[in-house]
Ligand binder design. Structure first.
Ligand code: G6P
Length: 370
């Protein structure tokens, strides 16, 4: 087993460090042209269908759902196709309005999650075209879909998903860019620029992993005894906050809440106490100023702000107690970088609490029951 961990203390840490590769492999040949995106053989899903599709519905569970949320922002912004999202276990029971003009995207790392499979089957029976995004060749989801887009993260053993998540996010970006290309919703130069930026992300993730862990360890040492962490984000930072909060609760058993920062005043602000750790996903974006005013609301309550910010933007210095900087990229691609310190924070906190991060209590890697 030590050999399988490749020198790392746990599978999860190994897999966190395999993320540059997981992203690079997922985008590699698909972005080789540079001017557009090739998704390869999507089975029965052809370019004409993608060009004319009226709506996209994403169904998934857990971490895969968070990857879908990021994809929604990208598809709507770049390709101007409306995207609806649902948790698979809810979707299947709400008698959804879905039909032949819809593309339903089921995201499942394992390809075996019962709720996601059932949601996809329901959509298909209603006449929708179904695309599966999965990491496992030959999994059930590949047999139940009209087309498959594989992530190429390699086998993931840690129960808490890390490298499969970033690969799913990369796959959603590819889908969004392909839709934009087919529909002509982005100028060619912008499309080219986004593809070039996406190709630079694996190198930036590698650089971040090399130096970011020290900063995160210091933060983890300060807060690992906390009983509650609040995570805040806006726009594409929100799914990152949701994922960071999920990682922490999964492996450290600390109660977390993740909220759209603008919604904080409608509830979670009541939870803030002196020194409550509040993790803010504050990478550069058109809504950063709005987020900063939310951060100020947190700070007047005495809570402790931990910000994930874009390197080179010093604005957060005066608003946060601790900052982890992530390399700059196109702001829409920032989730691939911003999630890394949050995975590491969950990891370091769980280790300081002496927990088994690879096999957290009560959780399973693949959930094949309802
Ligand atoms: C389980 C795993 C999670 C995963 C979720 C969905 O809860 O512990 O890490 O995100 O299932 O799994 P899937 O294989 O469908 O992505």
């Amino acid at each position: 087993e030590t050999a399988e961990k490749g020198g790392y203390e746990t599978f999860m840490l190994k897999e966190i460090h395999e993320q540059p590769q997981a992203i690079a492999e997922t985008i590699a040949d698909r972005t080789a042209r540079g001017v557009g995106v090739d998704l390869g053989d999507l089975g029965a899903i052809d370019d004409a269908f993608l060009r004319d599709v009226r709506r996209i519905v994403v169904v998934a569970c857990g971490t895969s759902y968070h990857a879908g949320l990021i994809g929604r922002y990208a598809i709507e912004r770049w390709a101007r196709v409306p995207v609806e999202m649902d948790i698979a276990s809810e979707y299947r029971y709400r008698d959804p309005v879905v039909g032949p003009y819809d593309l339903v995207v089921g995201i499942s790392q394992s390809g075996e999650t019962a709720d996601t499979l059932a949601a996809m089957r329901l959509a298909r029976e209603s006449g929708a075209t179904v695309l599966a995004i999965t990491n496992v060749m030959g999994s059930q989801v590949t047999r139940d879909a009209d087309g498959v887009l594989f992530t190429r993260a390699g086998l993931e053993i840690g129960v808490a998903a890390t490298k499969t998540f970033v690969a799913q996010v990369a796959a959603m970006y590819l889908l969004a860019l392909r839709l934009a290309e087919l529909r002509g919703t982005l100028p060619a130069a912008r499309l080219r620029e986004l593809i070039a930026e996406l190709k630079r992300v694996p190198g930036s993730v590698a650089a971040l992993l090399e130096r970011g862990d020290d900063d995160v360890q210091a933060i983890a040492r300060r807060h690992y005894k906390a009983e509650f962490f609040l995570y805040l984000g806006r726009h594409i930072g929100l799914p990152v906050a949701l994922e960071g909060a999920l990682k922490l609760k999964e492996i450290s058993y600390i109660a977390t809440d993740a909220y759209a920062a603008g919604e904080m005043k409608h509830g979670p602000i009541a939870l803030l106490d002196d020194d409550t750790p509040v993790v803010c996903v504050a990478t550069d974006s058109p809504v950063l100023e709005k987020l900063i005013s939310n951060i100020q609301e947190v700070r007047v309550r005495g809570a402790h702000v931990i910000a994930v910010a874009t390197a080179g933007n010093d604005e957060l210095q005066e608003h946060a107690d601790e900052i982890v900087a992530v390399p700059a990229t196109d702001w829409m691609l920032a989730p691939l970088l911003a999630v890394i310190p949050l995975q590491l924070l969950a990891y370091r906190v769980a280790r300081l609490r002496g927990l088994d991060v690879d096999q957290p209590r009560n959780l399973a890697k693949t959930v094949t029951v309802e």
